[in-house]
Design a protein around this ligand. Structure first.
Ligand code: OAD
Ligand code: ZN
Length: 271
């Protein structure tokens, strides 16, 4: 696998692994790019098919749902259809193995994994993860917040999520996805976990995020203000992230190599 990497990237991964081997506290923030190699389009990829004429930021918003609930619900049902059969990729597995390694080796290292993603691929890979932006596979009432299990019709060949709006059993209001939209506050407990981990880490790693959406994007700044080393893993490194080490390649390629360098006593080499 390392043979695919350029000598420069190998050296950068080695440098990052050396720092991470001795770091006491590591905070990792993932975004849509970590799931890209699982076949889930990133948030700011151009929308395709039926949705090509819509802007994801307009659909994922409290105003959008108030204006056109049918449209927003149909978009989320489409996204659920797109995501339901996707599986973790080597980046998700490497992160889970790192957490497992810490537990099994009784290491003193603390690793906090935070995600902006609403898919559950980190959990499927075996990770413990804090979700800042909610869960695609959960619903709740748009007024009284009661959780709602939407029926999903499943046949041997197809899973039909249905596009018709649903109503709350308690108050009759529309059911919505349990996702944090533009214009809404983040879950208090999840944000507290993220802020604490970022403020107290030695190394902050951002993986597959455009770092455009706050408050999540502010976590890197918080970590830097407190003296952390910042590592970014992104094939299209962002210009607006405060970064010390850029690993400019796909997460599914970088993370397994980085993990190898962290958990083995000898750092990864190209041959
Ligand atoms: P974006 O779509 O804004 O950015 C995805 C990033 O992933 C880009 O910088 C890509 O270059 C990078 N990328 C693409 N393929 C990659 C790969 N194989 N490995 C690593 N990186 C790769 O997604 P986010 O930054 O996650 O919130 O967007 C943040 C939030 O914006 C989302 O959580 C969403 C939206 O508001 C909600 O829906 C609540
Ligand atoms: Zn209700």
């Amino acid at each position: 696998m390392l043979a695919e990497l350029s000598a420069k990237l190998c050296a950068q991964i080695q440098g990052a692994a050396t720092i991470l081997r001795t770091a006491q506290r590591v905070c990792i923030l993932t975004g849509a790019g970590v799931s890209a190699e699982s076949g889930i389009p990133t948030f700011r990829d151009k929308q395709t098919g039926l949705w090509a004429h819509y802007n994801a930021e307009d659909l994922a918003s409290i105003d959008g749902f108030a204006r056109e609930p049918e449209l927003v619900w149909a978009w989320y049902q489409w996204r659920r259809e797109l995501v339901h059969d996707k599986t973790p990729n080597p980046a998700h597995y490497a992160l889970a193995r790192w957490q497992e390694h810490i537990t099994l080796s009784h290491s003193a290292q603390q690793l906090t994994l935070i995600t902006q993603n609403v898919d559950d691929l980190h959990e499927q890979a075996g990770s413990t993860v804090t979700h800042l932006h909610g869960h695609l596979n959960r619903n709740r009432c748009s007024q009284c917040d009661t959780p709602y299990n939407a029926p999903i019709v499943s046949t041997a060949h197809q899973v039909d999520f249905g596009v018709a709006l649903l109503n709350c059993d308690h108050c009759g209001s529309y059911i919505r996805p349990d996702i944090v939209w533009f214009g809404e506050a983040l879950p208090v407990d999840a944000w507290q976990t993220a802020e604490d981990a970022a403020a107290n880490c030695d190394v902050f790693i951002s993986i597959g995020t455009s770092s455009m959406v706050y408050p999540a994007a502010g976590l890197a700044h918080l970590a830097q203000q407190n003296g952390a080393t910042l590592i970014e893993i992104n094939p299209n490194p962002t210009s607006n992230t405060v970064v010390d080490i850029t690993l400019a390649a796909a997460a599914g390629v970088v993370m397994p190599a980085l993990l190898q360098g962290i958990i083995t006593s000898s750092p990864p080499s190209k041959d």
